[in-house]
Design a protein around this ligand. Structure first.
Ligand code: ZN
Length: 364
């Protein structure tokens, strides 16, 4: 075994050296050992700023109708008969409201126009999450940039700090609710009638794996389960699933979350379990691409468990082999050779998607 390891090292050595030199050209900070302690500081700050998940047994919510004295939700949920009634909870007669005199179907059309059918950028804030309504006509048209550390959408968000926590120039008091919360807080009836539309009709856009993980555990599970459309961008800053490159680039060969394999797999476990997910669009940035196709295979393996969406696109920034038998459509950048030699193919994608291409779904 030791002899074979030495042989593999001798064979792989020149390839890895070439890879490291190539990586140095595109991302010099990776080769600075000091950047590891910087990664550790970022990780520690993100840990400190992480939102607290909901308790296992969520507190009794006071916003949703009907009142707990008449509903059986809580009684069913705890199995011991939650008979406690929130005495601070009041409901007033809304029969004089013109809005409430409309049929429910019309009211829901109004709610949907007000708080649905948009793209919501989910962002990390200090010990909580925020959401910003996309200013572009659709998530696809929202400019995506790289701010030196991670992917960002500065036209919609403003700026983030080195730990990817939202840092608006106007101060942390700037609201991030996209004008959604005021309507929901108008009255319990409006909240109860519209809250599901918020989750089921909007596209939720994430540019941080932790943000998606936190979102899944800070909203009620039955609300999170309503999500139908997901947009995920992720920059792989370190050589994921590549132990040889990690050994070379890191003093302590371990990646800090969320750049590690465990966070990647946990994120895809959450997505695979989303029962109503219909559309998912993923954009992955990796500066130098994968040194070894087997590393890319390992990276894509958790995505293969996501089988519910009718449309699943994975856009990657690097070239590579065709991927077969996957539930997603892998779309690689158009190579110069392919674009000059033929225009018969719509792109250099390797497709195994079960759905036909229909871009209208993403055009908002
Ligand atoms: Zn946007």
């Amino acid at each position: 075994m030791r002899a074979s390891s030495v042989a593999v090292s001798l064979i792989c050595g020149p390839i890895v050296c070439a890879y490291v030199a190539f990586a140095a050209c595109f991302c010099p900070s990776r080769l600075h050992r000091g950047s590891e302690s910087e990664e550790k500081r970022r990780f520690e700050r993100r840990q400190k700023m992480a939102p607290r998940p909901l308790p296992v047994r969520p507190p009794q919510r006071s916003l949703t109708l009907p009142a707990p004295s008449t509903t059986t939700d809580i009684e069913k949920g705890d199995g011991v008969g939650g008979k406690a009634v929130d005495k601070t909870r009041k409901t007033l007669d809304q029969s004089r409201s013109r809005l409430m005199r409309l049929p429910l179907e019309l009211r829901q059309m109004i709610y949907r126009a007000a708080i649905g059918d948009s793209t919501m950028h989910m962002i990390l804030k200090e010990q909580k999450l925020g959401h910003l309504r996309c200013k572009a006509p659709s998530a696809v048209e929202c400019p995506l940039g790289f701010n030196g550390r991670t992917l960002s959408r500065e036209c919609c968000w403003g700026t983030v700090d080195s730990a990817n926590i939202w840092a608006p120039l106007s101060g942390s008091n700037e609201p991030t609710d996209g004008n959604i919360v005021p309507l929901l807080r108008t009255c319990r009836q409006i909240y109860s009638e519209s809250i599901n539309l918020l989750y089921s009709t909007n596209t939720f856009s994430f540019s941080d794996l932790d943000c998606l993980r936190y979102f899944s555990c800070t909203v009620l599970p039955h609300r999170f389960a309503l999500l139908q459309t997901l947009d995920l961008e992720w920059c792989m800053s370190w050589p994921i699933y590549d132990p040889i490159a990690q050994q070379l680039l890191l003093n302590n060969p371990a990646l800090y979350p969320p750049n590690d394999e465990a966070t990647w797999e946990e994120t895809w476990r959450i997505i695979a379990d989303m029962p109503n997910l219909r559309f998912i669009r993923v954009s992955l940035l990796y500066f130098d691409g994968f040194r070894d196709p087997t590393c890319e295979e390992k990276m894509l393996a958790p995505l293969r468990r996501v089988t519910r969406p009718s449309r699943f696109e994975v856009h990657v920034s690097w070239q590579g082999d065709e991927v077969r038998g996957a539930p997603f459509q892998l779309i690689r950048p158009v190579s110069r050779d392919a674009s000059s030699s033929s225009n018969s193919s719509s792109s250099s994608s390797s497709s195994s998607s079960s759905s036909s291409s229909d871009d209208s779904e993403w055009d908002g």
